[in-house]
Design a protein around this ligand. Structure first.
Ligand code: PA5
Length: 469
């Protein structure tokens, strides 16, 4: 059974003049060609100033990693990631992931989409020997840091007992991000106090993932950590989910990272070779761009239908905002989780300003057996749910999606559907790669460099000045 995702924007297209798609086509194809040429510029000294930085390495990386794995197996980067991930699974029952922004959101999206919703509540056996997971180093929050330290201190008192052992990965491409660096000092100190300072075990249970140079790289070399995984120079933070940044922690969590990469590689192949109409990256970009250009629709709502997709939406919020929010341009991303948010944002999306394009992310088949609405004797039917006899939770969800789309269509509000046949490594790989490629394609189309985030430096500089006072 094919598990290709589908993009259906027919409802949106009814609200816009079809000729715009035709006239846009040459520009979109030119933008795609430019992206293919970007790859050739990488690693040369021919990169023009207006293309700096050029972080296009993510485009072909999934296939390159898979090819390297085929050629070198255990010796390849994927092989080494899988070996070390297995080791951490076998050697620890709790796993702390430190990182922020692009060094955090992708892994969170993978975890929520692909792991059990109550993962940390399960026994080790129920978790198939996969450690519990905790994210930190992604904020400046005294209470949250203290709570995790206390949890580790009280839950882990005997380092000889596997169920009381914890491990750590620290992820920072620059190696100098304050939130992550402070988190690393704090949790490294706690880990060394637990296993013995500078002990071999404390070195093997810390896995840094960082750029080829920088403070974290220097520190890690000096410290002699067993494994330090690289983040390639030519892959930007928010495009790095298919580097060790996402792959290593995902592998620790038992995610099939080669299947994930296959999904991403197949999406790139589809983007590079398919015509509009059968090319989700180009079709999605065209619809988003045309509604913004022709109808001033500047808010892109990613309407996820299911709790497990919320973090994927938040990952996309960062991707779009940091990539295209430049030179007073760039649409505003907004993630909602339905049906939950129909009860909070639904009113505005139905009747508020006409500035939103809603892209539904729909998973066609639930990962578990359909749950039927229970039937009760008539004298207990005060909630009137017996009328739903034979209906299941997926039936109710489908009705909600159809009903909501129809309600928006009735008042000329554009919607499109991104349909995943099921939620698994292959479809999630396709989805993430599709959204990354679409973001860059749109950047090339509107002449905004999608890479780099110069605007983020302003607050950091001020914060440093305040701290130096
Ligand atoms: O997309 C980006 O480049 C940023 O969001 C970074 O990922 C974020 O600032 C964290 O940076 P670093 O990985 O260098 O700690």
């Amino acid at each position: 059974m094919t598990s290709f995702l589908r993009y259906d924007d027919s409802a949106a297209r009814r609200l816009i003049d079809g000729k715009w798609y035709e006239t846009l086509q040459p520009d979109l194809l030119a933008a795609r060609d430019e992206m293919l040429k970007d790859i050739e510029l990488l690693g040369t000294d021919q990169i023009p100033a207006d293309k700096q930085p050029l972080d296009a390495g993510f485009q072909n990386l999934p296939q390159q990693l898979l090819d390297e794995y085929e050629a070198k197996k255990e010796e390849s980067l994927l092989g080494r990631i899988e070996t070390k991930a297995r080791e951490l699974r076998e050697e620890s029952d709790r796993f702390v992931v430190l990182g922020i922004g692009g060094s955090y959101m992708g892994m969170r999206a993978l975890f929520e989409a692909l792991c059990h919703p109550w993962h940390n509540e399960l026994t080790r056996q129920q978790r198939n020997g996969v450690p519990r997971l905790y994210f930190e180093g992604n904020n400046v929050d005294n209470d949250s840091i203290t709570a995790l330290k206390e949890l580790l201190e009280t839950g882990c008192q005997d380092p000889a007992d596997l169920l009381q052992r914890w491990s750590l990965t620290v992820i920072s491409k620059s190696g100098g991000t304050l939130e992550t660096a402070v988190g690393f000092r704090l949790f490294r100190e706690a880990l060394e106090a637990y296993y013995g300072p500078d002990s071999a075990v404390s070195r093997s249970l810390v896995v840094p993932i960082t750029g080829l140079e920088g403070k974290l790289r220097n520190f890690s070399n000096e410290k002699g950590y067993e494994d330090i995984f690289p983040i390639p120079d030519n892959v930007g933070g928010r495009f790095s989910v298919f580097t060790a940044v996402g792959l290593f922690p995902a592998a620790v969590m038992g995610v099939d990272i080669r299947r994930l990469l296959q999904g991403a590689a197949d999406m790139t192949e589809r983007f590079n070779s398919q015509p509009m109409g059968d090319n989700p990256v180009m079709d999605y970009t065209a619809t988003c761009h045309l509604f913004e250009r022709e109808k001033n629709v500047s808010i892109r709502v990613l309407s996820t239908w299911g709790k497990r997709l919320e973090a994927l939406g938040l990952w996309y919020d960062q991707l779009l905002a940091e990539s295209l929010g430049k030179a007073e341009q760039g649409a505003t991303p907004l993630t909602v989780v339905n049906t939950r948010d129909l009860h909070s944002r639904g009113q505005q999306h139905q009747e508020g300003a006409l500035d939103k394009l809603i892209t539904n992310v729909i998973v066609e088949r639930a990962g578990t057996e359909d749950v039927a609405v229970p039937m009760v004797p008539d004298n207990e039917n005060q909630d009137d749910l017996n009328k739903l006899k034979g209906k299941t939770i997926p039936d109710i969800l489908s009705a909600a999606i159809e009903g909501t789309n129809r309600a928006y269509a009735d008042v000329n509000r554009p919607t499109a559907d991104l349909i995943l046949p099921e939620l698994n490594e292959y479809t999630v790989g396709q989805t993430l790669q599709m959204l990354m490629l679409a973001t860059v394609l749109e950047g090339r189309l509107i002449k905004i460099n999608p890479y780099g985030q110069p605007g983020v430096e302003a607050y950091k500089k001020n914060m440093q000045e305040v701290l130096n006072r």
